[in-house]
Design a protein around this ligand. Structure first.
Ligand code: NAD
Length: 347
């Protein structure tokens, strides 16, 4: 397939680009390289004959139209977004312009292209979203595809809005869309500001490992390559107009996660004191959702997907990757040092 991927220089988008190229698809990666985009994330495949990239902003409709006309995609996979909850609290504007207006632009560019190009009857628009649109769970229960939307943060509200737009473009204009709502991802190439890299890199720098509140918040962790496999399967075999929830079957509280990472580091890079001594509870994030957990029955039963990497395996691989790829994360830490307030100039 010829797949137009937005946000393919980011964490999950680049995993998707690498997998799609590996599977023999032709990819056009469009990304405007915000602070979260990184050319190093696609270095492995940049010279592949099936790979092209264009620096473009999804807020710029004219650029999108040109790219559709030039590349003539069979499918769109839409990852481009502002993705960090803490940044959405400090400065929500780019979350509105990119996640909502940018998605609107992309939908309109895709609709214009699809209705005028009779040669692509199997055209699909796949929107990649988050389980955070469902709000928070208590100690029990799981998010299903029917759970009502109740987003808590500016980030999750902007993603919820974009999901609604995608659904509306399917219902109103018949655009063949797919939506996937996924739990927290982790793995190689994860930007240092996110929880798992923050724990790893703070520990390696023997700095305080900050954990919000009392550390009891629970997330369902999914290894990024398992997510990419679920996405390509959904793109190929999913029923258009549908939503699929994707989860890792790996629920873990933030404090247990930090302790597990510290224990792995104790084995791999021993120091005098256990790394867990560096853990510090810090003032909780406003509106911090207590628990997310996904019911993935639909994608498992309809499409036969299940994650292959469990949390312990995935953490081992991820930590080893950070140990072996200092050249990737060192320049990022120079721009956004660990534990420092976000530099608004980077937004
Ligand atoms: N990270 C997670 O755990 C998670 C979980 C579920 C869903 N998601 C969703 O998956 C998608 C990708 O997440 P991620 O963690 O890879 O994000 P990321 O922040 O690592 O990457 C986002 C990418 O989008 C690009 N981008 C941002 N604004 C753009 C714009 N206006 N025009 C063009 N490109 C732009 C950035 O340069 C970057 O390369 C997002 O839509 C996110 O909501 C993420």
């Amino acid at each position: 397939m010829k797949i137009l991927i937005t946000g393919g220089m980011g964490f999950i988008g680049s995993a998707m680009v690498r997998l799609a190229i590996h599977e023999g698809h032709t990819v056009m990666n469009i990304d405007c390289l915000t602070y979260a985009g990184n050319l190093g994330n696609v270095a492995q495949i940049k010279d592949n004959k099936n790979y092209q990239q264009t620096l473009a902003d999804i807020r710029d409709r004219k650029s999108l139209d040109k790219i559709f006309t030039h590349f003539q995609p069979d499918a769109v996979m839409h990852f481009a977004a502002e993705s960090h909850v803490d940044r959405s609290i400090d400065g929500p504007e780019s979350f509105i312009t990119t996640n909502i207006n940018g998605t609107y632009n992309l939908l309109e560019a895709a609709r214009n292209y699809w209705k005028n190009s009779k040669c692509f009857p199997s055209f699909r628009f796949h929107h990649i979203s988050t389980d955070e649109v469902y709000g928070e769970l208590g100690e029990t229960g799981l998010f299903t595809e029917k759970t009502p939307y109740q987003p808590s943060s500016p980030y999750s509200a902007s993603k919820a809005a974009s999901d609604h737009l995608v659904r509306a473009w399917n219902k109103t204009f018949d655009l063949p869309t797919l939506i996937t709502n996924c739990s927290n991802n982790y793995g190689p190439f994860h930007f240092p500001e996110k929880l798992i890299p923050t724990i790893i890199l703070s520990a390696l720098h023997e700095q305080e490992i900050p954990i919000y509140g009392d550390g009891s918040n629970v997330r369902d962790w999914l290894y990024v390559e398992d997510h990419a496999k679920a996405l390509i399967l959904t793109l190929m075999k999913g029923t258009t107009g549908s939503t699929y929830n994707i989860g890792g079957f790996n629920e873990c509280s933030n404090i247990d996660l930090a302790i597990r990472i510290c224990e792995i580091l104790d084995e791999l890079v021993p120091r005098k004191k256990a790394y867990s001594k560096l853990i510090q509870f810090v003032k909780d994030r406003p509106g911090h959702d207590f628990r997310y957990a996904i019911d993935s029955t639909k994608i498992r039963e309809e499409l036969g997907w299940k994650p292959l990497v469990d949390l312990d395996q995935g953490l081992q691989t991820t930590i080893k990757w950070y140990l072996e790829n200092k050249h990737w994360w060192k320049p990022l830490l120079e721009k956004t040092p660990l534990g420092k307030k976000i530099d608004k100039n980077l937004l």
